[in-house]
Design a protein. Structure first.
Length: 51
């Protein structure tokens, strides 16, 4: 996805984007890693819908 158009944000909008990035790279990343680990523990992940 390539979009060369600038995206204008208010200070509030920028803060929300930063907060979302922080959540995704910390909390949510750990949650997803845990779900993947649990799916792997169930055996063959190629047939595991959770993976």
């Amino acid at each position: 996805m390539s979009n060369d158009q600038p995206v204008y944000l208010t200070e509030e909008g920028l803060q929300k984007v930063k907060e979302e990035l922080e959540y995704l790279t910390t909390t949510r990343r750990r949650e997803v890693a845990q779900m993947i680990a649990e799916a792997k523990a169930e055996g063959d992940i190629s047939e595991n819908a959770g993976y």
